[in-house]
Write a protein that binds this ligand. Sequence first.
Ligand code: SF4
Length: 361
Amino acid sequence: MEIYSVIEDKVRKGIRLSRADGVALFACQDVAWLGMLADLVRQRISGDYVYFNVNRHINLTNICTARCRFCAFGCDADSQQSYEMTKEQVLAIAAQAAQDPALRELHIVSGLHPTWPLAYYFDIIASLKAKFPHLHLKAFTAVEIHYFAKQAGITIEETLRRFKAAGVDSLPGGGAEILSDRVREQLCPNKANSEEWLAVAKAAHQMGLRSNASMLYGHVETMEERVDHLLALRELQDETDGFQTFICFPFHPKNTELNEAVRRTSLWDEMKTMAISRLLLDNFRNIKAYWVMLTLPVAQLSLGFGANDIDGTVSEEKIIHAAGGKAETSLSQAAIIRTIRETGRIPVERDSMYNIIRVLE
Ligand code: SF4
């Protein structure tokens, strides 16, 4: 059809795609063509390099006031599954993880705890930074920052400034879900709305804290809402250039309230969405295939659909696995390197800011 040859021409010439192009791409079922176009862009931006890092996830608590309908991780304080980590426990986990000399990053996200004071989080971050100054602390999503600020009665900027002073180096990209208030009203009305999520990301970027961006798709959103979500991220990236990478998360319905109502996304949809994200987000350098969410074979396939990053070793991921995620909870470096090499690409170990540590030619 005419529109698809126009889109291909635009991509080949490096011309930005419009909203109408994005909607047309989601209507397209020629997944091989979408992959070919996305791969062209990926090759242009990062050649044959595929990035990974050595990191450890820490989820401080699963007690959460928001209780989003799509989440199997958050729970009430009186639930049998609830847990809270003390500072000593967090430091012990970090110390154990830091025995691996290759570890470079702690990725810290949690539920929105009803009573923990902001000082508790500052103390954890400052203590981690003091004991492990070589580790990059990627901590607290825009949703958490928004919640902390509201709880403490201070501004977003002040909250971020204090976390930065305590030792936070960058922000993870979670909590964006779909940046549509229609969707958020249905699924997660008790946390930051679209505008608030974007405002936190913008404030972080303006004070030199880089962050990631994400999209949780495959629940109640329309294809137009996926496109609008991607364009909202692209617009903010034009303004701040503060996003490091984009991660798209297919929704896992198991153990969530939506289990009966929503089917797990198909591989077809996952590859289409990966490719279209690469095509629309022309100002993002990196598109991550998060193997924890996708499973390793699907993450590997994603490298042919626009992804140039496969995340890290992770260790003990809890949030996706609570919703029935089937991937391992951690991966060895050797397994990641092998997975990348099997695609004919070059594994590149990076730090959290995408500086190259080593190229494994
Ligand atoms: S997605 Fe985050 S904010 Fe929502 S219930 Fe789960 S842990 Fe809480």
